[in-house]
Ligand binder design. Structure first.
Ligand code: SAH
Ligand code: SF4
Ligand code: F3S
Length: 476
């Protein structure tokens, strides 16, 4: 697999670090979008801290302001433009360097809009040129001329960038990048490029290192994790098997063996690629959480076809059945789009029907958003906004009703909780998560943080459960 040489990047980090030494410079970063973007942001933070910037949430004192953008839906775009309006005054007042990166920068019409309406930015860079960021910054510091560093090609694999993680308990690890599925509504394949996997050795060694540093939970990331190494095998792109890893299932098994790691999660798998070996691995690996995110998108076979999802309503339901049979205590979460072009009342009822049947633990609901350059944007039978919103509200009602019922089922049970830290809204309580990713708040000392411990669930609230530490010996 073609890895990018990051020697220049590391040298330019050094150069900028020298220039910045002793100046007490600060950076702010805004991350929009998915966990892959959050993972990229952690790498940008790692690079900025090595270049002698420290983080601040106060824009007024920031010398460098970075945006990591998303374009999967229109509201993600609106967020950037709103924030840029605010940042303009700091630029005028304090001369902060403004850098805009992420998926949105791969869209030509957006970069044009930026140039016209927000011409005060200094650097634009895409997700394929992350390692160029220090070089761009160095050039800006030296001669203050705007830089556009966007790459049209698919991007290679970047290894070895510094990283500053948000948590010291949970870490995300990208195992692949890009997407080859071209669902007809989705912009991701156009902005993240073709699917490519990281070498097994690089992933395993990164996770071992995280375990050494005390991390307990690993989230494996990719747009289509269960096709890990598929393209490489299909195209005879050489990769080195390491600790038996040559597929997603074997990767789960290898990570499961790493001492110190207590929980393994992954997003997102694609239903069409959910092979039996992956189901067996989830079932047999004790550290792999039994919550599986299985994006449905629509419950209508007709709509799924036009979406290019490559499964039917029945195939999805059969897969769920098979998984439920093979994986004890399985819980499921999903993504659903309402108002895809041509969606009729009948199609929408099919979506509600699947939600009724599967009883998801969590549903991420989205109103279909037209994306320039995707096939669905060109379809003539767009659903009127009003109908989309009404359907969204109906789906939301059903989901909330189901979550309420599910939450009630937790009360009185004992759940293993990974204690993550003090609650952000209430310092007096700790928060953690169940295997099924439910937030649980409970009382306890700081020395419990980072441990997986049993707790009895005593009450339920819409978005969290309340628990009490459970003494295994006395059963109290
Ligand atoms: N690769 C992942 C995630 C893709 S983006 C997957 O296939 O599941 C996350 C979610 O955003 C998608 O699952 C989909 O539900 C939603 N999404 C993508 N494009 C969208 C669009 N144009 N309008 C509304 N929601 C969209
Ligand atoms: Fe988008 Fe489909 Fe790829 Fe997910 S699998 S990123 S929804 S094209
Ligand atoms: Fe958004 Fe890019 Fe992720 S478009 S959802 S940040 S891959």
């Amino acid at each position: 697999m073609a890895k990018i040489d990051i020697q220049n990047c590391l040298e330019d980090i050094e150069k900028v670090a020298k220039i910045n030494e002793g100046k007490n410079l600060k950076y702010s970063i805004f991350t929009m979008g998915c966990q892959l973007n959050e993972n990229d942001s952690e790498k940008m933070c790692g690079m900025m801290e090595k270049m002698n910037y420290t983080k601040t949430d106060d824009l007024q004192e920031a010398d460098l302001i970075v945006f990591n953008t998303c374009c999967v839906r229109e509201n993600a775009e609106d967020k950037l433009f709103g924030k840029l309006g605010e940042v303009k005054k700091y630029k005028e007042k304090c001369g902060a360097i403004i850098a805009i990166g992420g998926c949105m920068m791969q869209e030509k019409h957006i970069v044009e809009k930026l140039k016209q309406s927000y011409p005060f930015f200094d650097i634009v860079f895409g997700p394929h040129t992350l390692e160029q960021f220090p070089t761009d910054l160095y050039k800006i510091i030296c001669n203050r001329k705007r830089i556009e560093d966007i790459l049209d090609i698919d991007g290679n694999i970047i290894e070895g960038l510094p990283i500053k993680r948000d948590s010291n308990i949970k870490a995300s690890v990208a195992i692949m990048n890009g997407c080859n599925n071209f669902c007809s509504y989705c912009i991701v394949p156009y902005v993240r490029g073709r699917e490519r996997s990281r070498e097994p050795r690089d992933i395993i060694e990164e996770i071992k290192e995280l375990a050494n540093q005390g991390y307990k939970e690993i989230m494996l990331l990719g747009q289509n994790v269960n096709s890990y190494l598929r393209v490489e095998k299909e195209k005879n792109i050489p990769f080195e098997e390491y600790e038996g890893v040559n597929s997603f299932a074997t990767l789960l098994r290898a990570v499961n063996k790493i001492e110190g790691i207590e929980r393994i999660r992954f997003i997102s798998p694609h239903p069409k690629d959910f092979t039996d070996d992956v189901i067996d691995a989830i079932s047999e690996c004790d550290k792999v959480c039994k919550l599986v995110h299985l994006p449905l998108q629509s419950g209508s076979t007709e709509i799924l076809k036009v979406m290019n999802r490559k499964y039917t309503k029945e195939q999805y339901l059969n897969l769920v059945e098979k998984m439920k049979n093979k994986i004890p205590n399985l819980t499921l979460s999903t993504d659903i789009i309402v108002g895809f072009p041509g969606e009729t009342e009948e199609d929408f009822l099919d979506t509600l029907d699947v939600v009724e049947k599967v009883k998801f633990e969590q549903v991420y609901m989205f109103i279909y958003s037209r994306r320039v350059g995707t096939p669905a944007d060109k379809m003539e039978n767009q659903v009127p906004e009003e109908i989309k919103h009404k359907r969204f509200d109906r789906l939301k009602k059903l989901v909330e009703k189901q979550i309420e019922i599910r939450n009630k089922e937790y009360v009185g049970t004992v759940q293993n909780i990974l204690i993550e830290g003090r609650s952000k809204t209430n310092e007096n309580v700790l928060t953690g998560r169940t295997d099924s990713n439910k937030v649980v708040v409970l009382e306890g000392n700081d020395d419990l943080i980072g441990k997986v411990l049993p707790a009895k669930i005593v009450s339920e609230h819409m978005w969290f459960l309340r628990g009490e530490m459970w003494d295994v010996r006395s059963g109290l």
